[in-house]
Design a protein around this ligand. Structure first.
Ligand code: TMP
Length: 208
């Protein structure tokens, strides 16, 4: 059985660690997996990621939105669909939900327009399960142990609005979804994610 699972949330919530652990958990259950990162994971995506996260770049918000969409389109068509066709579970570090949230906060592009553009860019592919790691902007910014990228450098108020938008928009992500309190300990967050993903898989295996 192939599935697309995405993990999302504001910067600093601990996605990378949890993705690694989820990958291990899925493999221990006998699934073959592929981890991807949005934006990135293809040669074009890596170049776009560099532009998009470069703090010295000035980009119009619509330009920015479309470059994120382009990177994801390339990743879906060259990497995700072939992996799904080969029967893998694909774990994506962010997906279209992040695009809608980050590029709509601040007002330049309405969320409905971003969902519409995104469905076209993704040719309808949406995650089977979206896991949202939720934490206050203040707590997440304290956890960042590197220089802020172009999004993060917009400050704590922007990040808190992004957090609220994630909680509001997750209902439109398509497929199943769950919100996990990322302020718990790392091991507790892992256990909660495994509980949700395990329940999702059991339900689908039973149905299919
Ligand atoms: P990352 O640090 O989680 O890899 O994400 C890169 C940054 O890009 C992060 O601040 C979130 C932001 N982002 C968007 O603004 N739009 C998008 O579509 C995606 C995928 C990420």
């Amino acid at each position: 059985m192939s599935y697309l699972i995405s993990l999302d949330g504001i910067d600093g919530v601990g996605k990378s660690t949890q993705i690694q652990r989820l990958d291990g958990y899925l493999q221990s259950r006998g699934y073959s997996t592929l981890c991807v990162r949005d934006p990135g994971s293809t040669p074009i995506g890596a170049k776009l990621r560099e532009i998009l996260l470069d703090s010295s770049m000035q980009l119009h918000r619509r330009t920015e939105a479309m470059l994120f969409m382009a990177s994801r389109c390339e990743m879906i068509e060259t990497t995700i669909r072939p992996a799904l066709q080969a029967g893998k579970v694909v774990i994506s570090d962010r997906f279209l939900l992040a695009n809608v949230v980050y590029q709509s906060v601040g007002g330049a592009v309405p969320p409905e327009r971003l969902w519409e553009m995104g469905r076209w860019a993704n040719d309808g592919l949406c995650p089977d399960l979206t896991v949202l790691l939720d934490m206050s902007a203040e707590a997440s910014l304290k956890r960042l142990d590197r220089a802020a990228d172009r999004m993060e450098s917009r400050g704590p108020e922007y990040m808190e609005s992004v957090r609220v938008a994630f909680l509001d928009q997750i209902k439109n992500a398509g497929g199943a979804s769950c919100v996990v309190d990322a302020q718990l300990s790392v091991d507790q967050v892992t256990a909660v994610i495994q509980h949700h993903v395990g329940a999702f898989l059991d339900q689908h295996v039973a149905a299919g």
